[in-house]
Design a protein around this ligand. Structure first.
Ligand code: ADP
Ligand code: ZN
Ligand code: MG
Length: 502
């Protein structure tokens, strides 16, 4: 009988914090700087005799993250030296936290399931090693050395690639809402490592149920995951790889593997012999961190409404579909824009005496923004500063649809015009005779004129050449600058022509 295996997954995630200066010196914190070795000083180069100074803002941001992720914040924690030799580590040790991290025992709920967070600590980033192709040397760029880095470690509570990916995505969203990091995986601002093991159901589960702490299977650590897709694919691949080994009677070895995105495979990097001996000891050049209740309370007050709270509120307040709420919430700027335009809308609604329509209009606003509104960006991500329609104008646009009873086609044309010109919708309406065209009597008037001006196609149509109607519709579109619905034009033209016959 084939054994059944189930996966256990834990994540270790590094996040570059968004601060002005580095962790222990006043150099600029900019991990995207292209010119090498410009943001450096004796402190982050590890010159002898220099002393580190703790970046207050970095500490604050880790605590903020810890509170948002339901962690206990240590009233007293301290930095330690993690000693190892590597060219990208100028001091020969990394200042990190070990025995006492700033945050412990938190959790994040994804798919309704609680994923425990073991710890979040603060440390410094390493320099960047560059290996020019074909050269027999490597280059070092110290711009990244000493950038504040936050490390989050989960308990092994995830059981599928989808859960792990969702965890990482939800975390990224929270980090962005908190404004502690841009957490862009492609830019290395958020780096995920996944630990994966497979265990046999028949062994582990009965032991666990009997209250014994039967160990999970041997875990493998995967590095170099720089997109959510990579997280998902690498874990799926690794589960299959380990399953094949176990099913053919082999043993999984504990090792670190790298993900090769092109080949779609994990590749062995190094076998973990024994646990590394980093000879941790408390950093003698830095004081311990004392976090008092007032300071904590102050940070708590700064925490904005988080994605999950927003989801629930949006569902109740705007009555829009969950998938649409997700589209809004997944982009912090889009959510902010939506909230700005909805408060503008409420103002318009009062101004224009549409109070009884408020609920319907808010829903319309959400729908238009998610649909045609961001559709205009043709796949580019929404950013308020480059979006040419102001929240006020977007809101006014919605009230105009209602007041003028615009068809969705006309609404779309109006929105496109707003996007192109950045003008107020009311101004565009005046310029383009938009309002008149939206009224049936006006369309009829235009149709009559077209019939009068085009006797030949009219004759053709009446003589049975049905195609001639297309020309007349085309003329109507031209006359109205494309603002009349062609179906409506056709309907009205045919009616007028038939009436003229009888
Ligand atoms: P190590 O001492 O090897 O670094 P840790 O206990 O510190 O291992 O855990 C590191 C990460 O590996 C954590 O994210 C944890 O959730 C995860 N992990 C631990 N054991 C397993 C396992 N058996 N399978 C999968 N992930 C695991
Ligand atoms: Zn420096
Ligand atoms: Mg560890």
């Amino acid at each position: 009988m084939r054994e059944e295996y189930f996966p256990t997954i834990g994540l270790e995630i590094h996040i570059e914090l968004k601060t002005r200066s580095k962790m222990f010196c006043s150099c600029k914190n900019d991990s995207q700087e292209k010119e090498p070795n410009v943001n450096i000083c004796p402190v982050c180069l590890g010159h002898p005799g220099t002393l580190p100074v703790i970046n207050r803002e970095a500490v604050r941001k880790v605590i903020k993250t810890g509170i948002a992720l339901n962690c206990k914040i240590a009233p007293r924690s301290f930095f330690e030296r993690k000693n190892y030799f590597y060219p990208d580590l100028p001091k020969g040790y990394q200042i990190s936290q070990y025995q006492k991290p700033l945050c412990e025992n938190g959790f994040l709920i994804i798919f309704g399931k609680k994923i425990r967070i073991r710890r979040i600590h603060l440390e410094e980033d390493t320099a960047r090693l560059i290996h020019p192709q074909g050269a027999d040397y490597s280059l070092l760029d110290f711009n990244r050395a000493g950038i504040p880095l936050m490390e989050l470690v989960t308990e092994p509570d995830m059981v599928s690639a989808q859960e792990a990916k969702k965890f990482a995505q939800e975390l990224q969203l929270i980090l962005r809402y908190l404004d502690v990091s841009d957490a862009d995986m492609e830019k290395g601002q958020m780096r995920v490592e996944a630990n994966i093991s497979l265990s046999q159901k028949s062994k582990v589960l009965p032991a666990r149920q009997a209250g014994k702490s039967q160990k999970w299977g041997t875990k493998v650590e995967i590095k170099n995951l720089n997109s959510f897709k990579a997280v998902e694919r690498a874990i799926e691949y690794e589960i299959e790889r380990q399953k094949e080994i176990l099913e053919s009677g082999g043993e999984v070895i504990q090792e670190t593997r790298g993900w090769d995105d092109k080949k779609g495979k994990t590749i062995s990097q190094r076998i973990k012999e024994e646990a590394h001996d980093y000879r941790y000891f408390p950093e003698p050049d830095l004081p311990p961190l004392e976090i008092d209740a007032y300071y904590l309370e102050e940070i708590k007050q700064e925490i904005p409404e988080l994605p999950q709270e927003k989801r629930i509120r949006f569902l109740q307040e705007y009555g829009i579909a969950e998938t649409k709420i997700e589209t809004l919430i997944n982009n912090k700027e889009l959510t902010e824009y939506f909230e700005k335009s909805s408060s503008e809308l409420i103002r318009w609604v009062e101004d224009k005496n549409l109070k009884n329509k408020q609920g319907k209009l808010l829903e319309m606003l959400a729908n238009y923004l998610i649909g045609d509104g961001i559709g205009l960006l043709k796949g580019k991500p929404f950013e308020e500063k480059s979006y040419p329609i102001t929240p006020e104008n977007f809101a006014e646009f919605i009230t105009i649809i209602e007041e003028r009873n615009l068809t969705s086609r006309m609404a779309k044309i109006l929105l496109e015009e707003m996007f192109k010109t950045g003008k107020d919708p009311s101004d565009i309406l005046e310029e383009k005779r938009f309002v008149q065209v939206s009224e049936k009597s006006e369309v009829k008037k235009i149709a009559k004129k077209i019939i009068q001006d085009n006797p030949k196609p009219v004759q053709d149509f009446l003589a049975g050449k049905e195609n001639a109607i297309q020309f007349l519709i085309g003329q109507m579109m031209k006359e109205t600058k494309g603002m009349v619905d062609p179906n409506k034009a056709k309907e009205i033209l045919i009616k007028l022509l038939k009436d003229s016959k009888s």
